[in-house]
Ligand binder design. Structure first.
Ligand SMILES: Nc1nc2c(ncn2[C@@H]2O[C@H](COP(=O)(O)OP(=O)(O)OP(=O)(O)O)[C@@H](O)[C@H]2O)c(=O)[nH]1
Ligand SMILES: [Mg+2]
Length: 334
C-alpha cells in the first residue's frame, strides 16, 4: 500500500483533490479548517493499492493550532511513501513557506499548483518549468473542482515514490548551514527527518525540544543551545526570527521571478473586445425587443388583439435569450 498525505495551507483544495482522484466523498468547504482530523481515501490505480491521506490545513510544521499538530504528528511518524504538497497558486508566496519546510524533510514529493483557474483568471502566468527546476520535483497545475490535472498529479506522485525523487534543498546562509550540519551529525536515529529536526531544534521549536527530551538527547539539546548562541551572537537577532526571515526572503525572490505580471497587451486586447461584445449583444436585445409597429398591426389584423399582446409580451424574453447567447458565444471564441 502506498500512503500519500496531502499537505498544504487551509482551504487550498486538498480534500477536493483527493475526492477528484479517488472518487471519494470527503467533506469539502468554502472556509479554512473544514478537515479537522486525518482521513483516508483508498483506491487501486494501475494495479497499485493507494491510500490518499487527507490532513488538516497547516501554515507551518512548527505547529500552533491543534489541526497543525495533527498534520505535523502524522508526518513525524513517517508512515508514508511520498507527499503531495497542495498550493493555492493565487497565494504562491505564502504557500511556499510550508513547501520550504516540507522540502527540508527530504522525502519524495510532488507539488499540486491548485486553484490554477483563479490564478490564470487574474491574468497571471507561471513558468512551471522554472519552478520545477528550482524545486527539483514535479509541479503540476490542477483545478480540483473540475478534476483537471489530477491524473497527471497522481501519475507523477506514483513515479516520484517509485524513483524516490526528493526535492532540492533550498540552502540558508553558509554559517546557518554549518550549524545545521553540526547538529545533524549529533542526531539519533528516529522517524523524524534529520535536516528538519536539526532546523527546528536550532529554532527552539517546543515540539522538537520536548521530543529530544523524551528521547533523552541531552547532549544534542546542549549542542543546539551552543549553535543557537553562536548564530545569535553573529547575527545579533534571535535565530527564530532569522530562520523565518530567510524563508520569507527566499520565497520572495523565487516567487517574483516565476509568477509574472499579467500580459498587459493580451489583457488590453481582451478588454477592447469584451466592451464591443457587450455593446453588440445589447444592440441585439434592443433590435429584437422594440416591437415593429407594422408587424404588430399585421398580427392584429390577421389574428386579433390577444395575439398582438402575446407577441409584445414574448419579445423581451426572446430578445434577452438571444443577446445572452451572442455574448456567451462571443466570449467563448475570443
Ligand atoms: N476555483 C477553484 N476552487 C477550488 C479548487 N479546488 C478546490 N476549490 C474549492 O476550494 C474550497 C476548499 O476546498 P477544500 O478541498 O475543502 O480545501 P482543503 O484544503 O481541504 O481545506 P481544509 O480542509 O479546510 O484545510 C472548496 O469550495 C472547493 O470547491 C480549484 O482548483 N479551483
Ligand atoms: Mg480538507
Amino acid at each position: 500500500m502506498i500512503h500519500i498525505p496531502f499537505v498544504g495551507n487551509p482551504n487550498t483544495g486538498k480534500t477536493a483533490l483527493i475526492n477528484a482522484i479517488a472518487k471519494s466523498d470527503l467533506e469539502v468547504g468554502n472556509w479554512p479548517g473544514v478537515t479537522i482530523e486525518k482521513k483516508e481515501a483508498r483506491f487501486t490505480y494501475a494495479g497499485e493499492k493507494i491510500a490518499l491521506v487527507d490532513l488538516p490545513g497547516a501554515y507551518t510544521l512548527s505547529p500552533y493550532s491543534l489541526e497543525e499538530k495533527i498534520t505535523r504528528n502524522m508526518l513525524a511518524e513517517g508512515k508514508f511513501e511520498g507527499i503531495i504538497d497542495v498550493i493555492d497558486t493565487t497565494n504562491l508566496r505564502r504557500n511556499l513557506y510550508l513547501t520550504l519546510e516540507l522540502i527540508d524533510m527530504q522525502e519524495p514529493m510532488v507539488v499540486a499548483l491548485n486553484m490554477f483557474d483563479d490564478f490564470t483568471k487574474r491574468g497571471y502566468e507561471l513558468d512551471t518549468d522554472k519552478l520545477q527546476e528550482i524545486l527539483g520535483i514535479s509541479a503540476i497545475p490542477t483545478i480540483a473542482s473540475r478534476g483537471l490535472g489530477t491524473q497527471k498529479l497522481i501519475d507523477s506522485a506514483i513515479a516520484t515514490v517509485k524513483e524516490r525523487t526528493v526535492p532540492h534543498i533550498q540552502p540558508y546562509q553558509e554559517h546557518i548551514e554549518k550549524e545545521i550540519t553540526f547538529l545533524m551529525h549529533a542526531m539519533p536515529k528516529t522517524t523524524l527527518p534529520p535536516r528538519l529536526f536539526a532546523i527546528h531544534l536550532l529554532a527552539d521549536d517546543p515540539y522538537t525540544l520536548s521530543l529530544a527530551k523524551t528521547l533523552k538527547q541531552h547532549d544534542l539539546i546542549e549542542k543546539a543551545v551552543q549553535a543557537r548562541g553562536r548564530l545569535e551572537a553573529h547575527m545579533q537577532i534571535p535565530i527564530k526570527t532569522i530562520i523565518a526571515f530567510l524563508h520569507m526572503f527566499n520565497i520572495h525572490i523565487e516567487s517574483l521571478s516565476i509568477a509574472q505580471k499579467p500580459n498587459i497587451l493580451q489583457q488590453k486586447l481582451k478588454d477592447q473586445f469584451i466592451l464591443p461584445l457587450a455593446a453588440f449583444s445589447y444592440l441585439v436585445f434592443i433590435l429584437l425587443y422594440i416591437p415593429c409597429v407594422s408587424t404588430m398591426a399585421a398580427i392584429k389584423e390577421e389574428l386579433g388583439m390577444r395575439w398582438m399582446l402575446f407577441e409584445t409580451a414574448l419579445l423581451p424574453f426572446v430578445a434577452y435569450g438571444m443577446s445572452v447567447l451572442v455574448y456567451q458565444l462571443g466570449s467563448r471564441f475570443f
